[in-house]
Ligand binder design. Structure first.
Ligand SMILES: [Zn+2]
Ligand SMILES: [Zn+2]
Length: 419
């Protein structure tokens, strides 16, 4: 992927923001596992490195060690049996292991990358990723969600990797459930787009047409290849990985997560923290985002049928919110919403501009039948029960997810609409 040409094309963007990136190279192709050492060397990655992976990912990336050694890298390795939960204690463990190394190479997807990303940031060391499955859009991300000692998921600011590599042969052979999860994370961008557009319309929030179009383009390309994603098809796997890398990149290009995260991510995050609290672990992020997308899309499509609204100031009844979040999480939620974000919304403007909202929804949000057809095509579930989500967790998330963040979404406006 010619990343520098892409960044160059956003020079003097009309949105006024300088779109830059610290990522030097993104290489997604057949045979990259045998070129990893060469690619890192070409991008000035330091020679003394710590390689961190888990057994399934490291087995999939067979050949990477030889490639690194051939290019003169001194590699210390640590392979977890299986890495699912990114605990803060593991970040400290990797920091200690990295003593004497100048860079960290993470081989895998999801949690292993997040732990290494944060450890490299804290130790001020170079960081690169070799991705083994197209399962989530965090590869190019500059934040790392880590589970605290108290069991909460905390998002830390870190650095992006300087190099992202993936071999399409490995991606194409990745487990179906990981590919399905990646698709769920990508399809959610349709909702994120609506929320960003609506906030721009009602509050004048910053918006970048170029970055929004970049994400729209990669989502639509992936959707057009949905029927091939489950096959061992390298072209489809490449498109999926590029979509995930670019949607992650889009957030750092604008400095906010708007292009890739809206109400569907708040719902998924609600489920993640509740599952962590109740079960000690949560299902795949992208799988939860996919289920959330289908649910909230249905609701947004219903809102699109309303031609006129009579909004007023919002009144929040905190009792059911407290009940939904529970005693551990509620204090933070209450504090976050001390000055509700809806104070930025003028009811008169919302009333006047509402007529444009149905058009935005209908433009970006697929019909429920179409969404379900796509999810079925890639083997992604739309059934909350198949992700260990009770009916109560579903209704609580649908009703109260918008208090997860101090950010305007279409769903956050519902109390003002009194419908
Ligand atoms: Zn821009
Ligand atoms: Zn996501």
């Amino acid at each position: 992927m010619d990343l520098s040409a892409l960044i160059e094309s956003y020079k003097d963007c009309p949105c006024g923001k300088a779109h830059t990136s610290v990522i030097k190279a993104v290489e997604i192709d057949n045979g990259v596992v045998f070129e990893a050492g060469k690619i890192l060397a070409e991008n000035d990655f330091p020679k003394n490195i710590l390689l961190v992976s888990d057994e399934p990912a490291f087995a999939a990336a067979d050949g990477i060690m030889e490639s690194l050694e051939k290019s003169g890298f001194n590699v210390k390795e640590y392979i977890y049996p299986i890495m699912k939960k990114p605990l803060v204690s593991q970040v400290h463990f990797i920091r200690d292991l990295s003593v004497g190394c100048d860079g960290i190479l993470s081989v895998g997807t999801g949690s292993v990358n997040d732990i290494c990303r944060y450890a490299a940031f804290l130790e001020n060391k170079a960081f690169a990723i070799f991705g083994t499955a197209p399962s989530m859009d965090g590869f190019a991300s500059s934040v790392a969600p880590i589970v605290s000692d108290e069991g909460f998921k905390v998002t830390f600011s870190t650095n992006q990797p300087s190099v992202i590599m993936a071999d399409t042969k490995i991606l194409a052979a990745a487990p179906a459930e990981l590919k399905a999860a990646g698709f769920g994370d990508v399809i959610g961008k349709k909702i994120a787009r609506v929320d960003w557009e609506v906030s721009r319309l009602i509050t004048g929030e910053y918006f970048c047409e170029n970055v929004a179009s970049l994400v729209e383009g990669v989502v639509d390309t992936l959707v057009s290849l949905a029927d091939r994603l489950l096959l061992n098809d390298e072209a489809a796997a490449k498109v999926a990985m590029e979509a995930l890398v670019l949607s992650g990149l889009s957030m750092s290009l604008v400095g906010v997560s708007r292009p890739a995260s809206g109400a569907e991510h708040m719902i998924a995050h609600f489920w993640e923290i509740k599952q962590l609290e109740l079960l000690g672990d949560h299902d795949y992020h992208g799988k939860l985002v996919g289920i959330a997308t289908v649910k909230i899309a249905e609701e947004y499509r219903k809102l699109a049928k309303i031609k006129e609204v009579f909004p007023g100031e919002e009144f929040i009844d905190w009792a059911p919110v407290e009940e939904a979040y529970g005693p551990n999480l509620y204090p933070d939620v209450k504090k976050l919403n001390e000055i509700p974000i809806t104070k930025d919304i003028d009811p008169a403007i919302l009333r006047e501009r509402w007529r444009e909202i149905p058009e935005i929804i209908n433009r970006f949000v697929p019909e429920t039948d179409e969404l379900i057809r796509l999810m079925n095509l890639v083997g992604a579930t739309v059934d909350p029960a198949k992700a260990d989500l009770s009916e109560k967790l579903v209704s609580d998330a649908m009703n109260y997810h918008a208090y997860m963040r101090n950010r305007i979404t279409l769903s956050r406006m519902r109390p003002m609409l009194k419908i």
